[in-house]
Write a protein that binds this ligand. Structure first.
Ligand SMILES: Cc1ncc(COP(=O)(O)O)c(C=O)c1O
Length: 389
């Protein structure tokens, strides 16, 4: 049926991450592929959603978000990210950060314009550039510490560059961009009139003393940044589909139009509950980070003991590994072997690169899971180790 498909739809493939979840179900494995928690979301947020439904907040909300949620987003962005914004004109509530990202890019990018994307990247950013007819310019984050080369990045900026997509803390590498790195990027954005589109959904999941810095808080960047976030990761609510884009008034006006015609709006009662989430006691975020630290340390040790070469993440909830020494033809073959023979689902590294061969020795594990689940994965990886030693 390919003849009915648009050229645009034919230019990207089905999500490998979501495919691995389906393969995992078939083999009744442990899913360390798709990044969603297997533990419950906080009770008070769930209660707030049920209360909103009982209070009959069940019809369309204002397309760009309920006033209560936009106010809560502004309050939190001021205290945590250090930027004060006007909730009336500078926030668009979307169906997850996924929609916030595509609505933002469609709102600012013209066909043929260039968008700089650091790679390895969260797999949606590739199709996102295709969907807005942009030309992606990939800039490598070099292992082991995933630094970019200053000169390479500076050379990528030109008159056709419209935006640079950032993700800090980063999926899949766990890199947390430093103030110096963000300042270097900001200086280039200011020099070339480029918009920084920054996905900060892991902003509270930090290890080893890493600090989250929003590029919007750097001098001159407030009006040249679109900051994207959601409740998915911070509050363990990936299925609710509530996210947002924060940008200057003129940028927001464009984002709101695209958003309105793509989705009309995010679920009304869940927006009300999201406002409750954003106003939770600040100690919640410390507990979240310390629980993730325990999971990270557990899985790091398991993977090292099973013979994987690991890259220690400083943020987010993924561990990137190198598996080149196991002798498989590529990462996809390795990932299928691991799930089909040993029951552990992972994501092949090539899904995070523009050129598949760049990720051919990499495999990503995720750990937003109960310790019992990680323990089950550990047992399965022990079997893998036994067969490979
Ligand atoms: C970097 C990044 N951005 C966005 C998303 C999707 O977020 P949401 O559920 O808010 O659409 C993910 C999910 O894994 C992610 O890792």
């Amino acid at each position: 049926m390919g003849e009915y498909s648009s050229n645009r739809a034919l230019r990207f493939t089905e999500s490998v991450i979501r495919e691995m979840t389906r393969v995992c179900l078939k083999h009744q494995g442990v899913n360390l592929a798709q990044g969603f928690p297997d533990f419950p979301a906080p009770a008070e947020i769930k209660e707030a959603a049920m209360e909103a439904i009982r209070a009959n907040l069940n019809q369309y909300a204002i397309t760009w978000g309920t006033p209560n949620l936009r106010q809560a987003i502004a309050e939190k962005f001021a205290w945590y990210n250090g930027v004060s914004i006007d909730p009336e004109t500078e926030v668009t509530v979307c169906c997850g950060s996924t929609e916030a990202m595509i609505s933002s890019l469609m709102a600012i990018v013209n066909p043929g314009e260039e968008v700089i994307v650091f790679e390895p990247f969260y797999e949606n950013y590739g199709p996102d550039t295709v969907l807005c007819d942009a030309k992606p310019q990939f800039i490598t984050l070099h292992e082991p510490d995933w630094r970019f080369d200053d000169q390479e990045l500076a050379r990528a900026f030109n008159k056709k560059t419209k935006a640079i997509v950032l993700n800090t803390p980063n999926n899949p590498t766990g890199k947390v961009f430093s103030r110096e790195e963000l300042q270097f990027i900001a200086d280039l954005c200011l020099k070339w009139g480029v918009v920084a589109v920054t996905d900060e959904i892991y902003e509270h999941i930090l290890y080893d003393g890493a600090k989250h810095i929003s590029i919007a808080s750097l001098p001159g960047m407030r009006d040249q940044t679109i900051t994207i976030n959601s409740i998915s990761k911070t509050y363990s609510l990936t299925g609710w589909r509530v996210g947002w884009a924060i940008a200057s008034g003129p940028l927001t006006a464009s984002i709101r139009k695209v958003h309105d015609f793509l989705t009309v709006g995010a679920p009304h009662p869940l927006q009300e509950a999201a406002a409750t989430a954003l106003r939770m006691d600040r100690s919640y975020y410390q507990t979240l980070a310390s629980e993730y630290l325990e999971r990270r340390n557990f899985l790091l040790q398991v993977l090292e003991e099973a013979g994987f070469r690991v890259y220690r993440p400083h943020g987010a909830y993924y561990i990137m590994t190198d598996v080149g020494h196991f002798g498989f033809s590529d990462d996809v073959a390795f990932a299928f072997h691991l799930v089909e023979k040993f029951g552990v689902a992972t994501v092949p590294g090539s899904s995070f690169y523009g050129l598949s061969s760049s990720g051919a020795t990499k495999i990503r594990f995720c750990f937003p899971k109960k310790i019992e689940t990680l323990q089950r994965a550990a047992e399965k990886l022990e079997n893998f180790k036994a067969k490979n030693s």
